[in-house]
Write a protein that binds this ligand. Structure first.
Ligand code: GDG
Length: 484
């Protein structure tokens, strides 16, 4: 067995050029990067992807340094021009596929120019892979920006082993079939030997689309496309449980003296307003995450249960994301206004109902937040999995804490002991918040014990190794099929 080539739109690192023309390398934030990093660091693999900076923005003098920095982390950069970033990334990926696959049809644009750029950039990634590909290597392609890549690689290398994992939902065939380029997209994915999804539902939606649109026969979870059999399966992605649990233990044993904003706030909370409970909300600022409705629900909670005024606080971290896309700019404005309105309406001299941070935080601060919060409120309207929910549970070292989770997140299929809500049902959300704040400690511990056991066992390592094992089996059965 050769090496594994991981391919994703972004590398797990982000390159920036500072005002002084110096190179700055920071880790990428986001589900895919956090999840796959541990798999990448442990095995014999290289990672191909974009560095997060446009080709034109890298000064010639720093070009070699960028390549070296990336290489040091066993990564290979694919360079993208600003025009490609605009049309392929902000365009087709984030204004067509992302909203369509999350059922936001009103935000979905069908722009042929963006589609052309999407194909061209997928070809560019294919060339980068093929250049480094040895015969016994395995290619593992990730996510919705690279749906065509499996087929593009297969055309040049018919016998290579390719796996594809979709990190976002796959929508119902009724929604998917509205895409003008639906056949090409499905054929692109079917270039893989194994196609993985977070849940069984997404897998069924995909297979139904293949059957309805391409008319291929489906046999349980296999698609017979003539000369090849392609398999699909569900692999719910886990987290690096040990890393989160250990970091939270360290946080508990030695609270850091470092005075970050968040630490100051948490210290204030702990020593000055110790009877006030903390409800946590963490996401990339994205319309799929249901952030605006969450804030509205919190305002309604304070109205419906006024005895909780001054007794509870929402601490909200929204990480800037896709800031070039108009819907994200509008959402940012809406959230700013909602936070202002609720704080303006309910705040007292001693109490601000919502603490709101619009930025990415270092890992240690994320742990501070998880470990200090009594309740995590996660209410996406659609979410492939949602790793934040799992990370919150992993950091509860004394097993207290309550997770409120939307049934629209893939994670809800696994985390049955959480309090599961419908993100559109305000009455249910606020009553569940009350229930969470009043839940006896023994009950919290009983639920979290089960959740922790499950997350510890089915961690990200296990997710990756299950996928890889299944990919090899698919390939072996294909060889057997050929030799009959
Ligand atoms: C996509 C799918 C699917 C967040 N803020 C900070 C920070 N994070 C980290 C969290 C977590 C990750 O980002 C977010 O992961 P999610 O899974 O919640 O969401 P997406 O980014 O939308 O990910 C999603 C995922 O892919 C994996 O398949 O679950 O459904 O949409 O790991 O910890 N990390 C740091 N600072 C922050 O401020 N360091």
């Amino acid at each position: 067995m050769g090496k594994t080539i991981i391919v994703s739109n972004r590398l797990p690192l982000q390159i920036n050029i500072t005002e002084n023309n110096e190179l700055e390398v920071t880790p990428s934030v986001g589900g895919l990067a956090t999840g796959l990093k541990s798999f990448h660091q442990e095995g014999d693999s290289i990672w191909i992807g974009w560095t997060g900076i446009a080709e034109e923005d890298i000064p010639d003098a720093l070009e070699k340094e960028v390549i070296q920095e990336v290489k040091n982390q066993d990564c290979i950069p694919v360079s993208l021009t600003s025009d490609e970033i605009e049309k392929f990334y902000y365009g087709f990926s984030n204004r067509t596929i992302w909203p369509l696959f999350h059922y936001f049809m009103e935000f979905t644009e069908f722009d042929p120019d963006h589609w052309e750029a999407y194909k061209a950039v997928n070809k560019k990634y294919a060339e980068a892979v093929i250049e480094r590909l040895d015969d016994d290597d395995v290619v593992w392609v990730h996510d919705y920006q690279l749906l065509l890549l499996p087929e593009y690689i297969r055309r040049k290398k018919p016998n290579v082993t390719i796996g594809f994992f979709n990190h976002i939902p796959f929508p119902s065939s009724e929604v998917f079939r509205t895409l003008p380029w639906r056949e090409e997209v499905l054929r692109g994915m079917l270039g893989a030997d194994l196609i993985g999804f977070h849940t069984y539902d997404y897998e069924r939606h995909f297979l139904r689309s293949v059957n309805r649109i391409l008319r291929y026969d489906i046999n349980f979870n296999s698609v017979n496309i003539g000369n090849r059999i392609v398999r699909s399966d569900s692999f719910p992605m886990g987290i690096d449980y040990k890393k989160f649990h250990k970091a939270a233990k360290e946080h508990k044993d030695q609270p850091r003296s470092e005075n970050s904003d968040i630490q100051k706030k948490l210290d204030y909370h702990k020593y000055v307003t110790r009877n006030t409970k903390l409800i946590l909300s963490i996401d990339r600022l994205d319309y799929t995450k249901g952030i605006a409705n969450r804030i509205r629900a919190f305002g309604y909670f304070l109205e419906k249960y006024p005895e909780y005024q001054e007794k509870v606080r929402l601490i909200m971290l929204a990480v800037p994301s896709r800031t070039n896309v108009p819907q994200y700019q509008l959402l940012k404005k809406e959230i700013d206004e909602l936070v202002g309105r609720i704080n303006g309406k309910f705040a007292t001299i001693n109490w601000t109902p919502i603490w709101y941070f619009y930025r990415a935080m270092p890992f240690e601060n994320l742990i501070d937040l998880y470990a200090s919060s009594d309740v995590a409120l996660i209410t996406p309207t659609r979410d492939g999995m949602n790793l934040v929910a799992k990370e919150y549970i992993a950091t509860r070292t004394d097993q207290t804490g309550v997770l409120i989770l939307s049934e629209m997140a893939g994670a809800a299929h696994e985390l049955n002991e959480a309090l599961i809500i419908n993100p559109n049902n305000f009455e249910q959300i606020v009553d569940t918040m009350k229930m969470a704040l009043e839940m006896p400690e023994e009950e919290q511990i009983r639920r979290n014990k089960i959740l922790q056991k499950r997350l510890k066992r089915y961690n990200v390592e296990r997710w990756a190794s299950d996928f890889m094992k299944s990919l090899r089996e698919t390939k072996d059965s294909r060889k057997a099929f050929k030799s009959i």
